[in-house]
Unconditional design. Structure first.
Length: 80
């Protein structure tokens, strides 16, 4: 499986506190093992999934045909 990170994801990730960063890395490993773990989104965010990492949401997309997992963004739940 090919794993990619967008520039937005990388920039937000580097600003996170160390404790959140450790939790995010664990979550990323879980998502890589089972990409369908996240909640499927609708409407304009169709074909993406999200996982809740309190108080943040981790947005990613998974293309099962090409076997590509792309982490899109990490954002605060209030800014949804």
């Amino acid at each position: 499986m090919q794993v990619k990170e967008t520039d937005t994801f990388k920039s937000v990730k580097c600003k996170l506190d160390r404790s959140y960063l450790i939790r995010l890395e664990k979550l990323i490993r879980k998502i890589i093992q089972n990409p369908e773990i996240g909640k499927p989104m609708k409407y304009e965010r169709k074909d993406t999934r999200e996982v809740y990492l309190p108080p943040f949401r981790v947005s990613y997309s998974y293309d099962g045909v090409k076997n590509i997992l792309t982490f899109l963004n990490v954002y605060h739940k209030r800014k949804q």
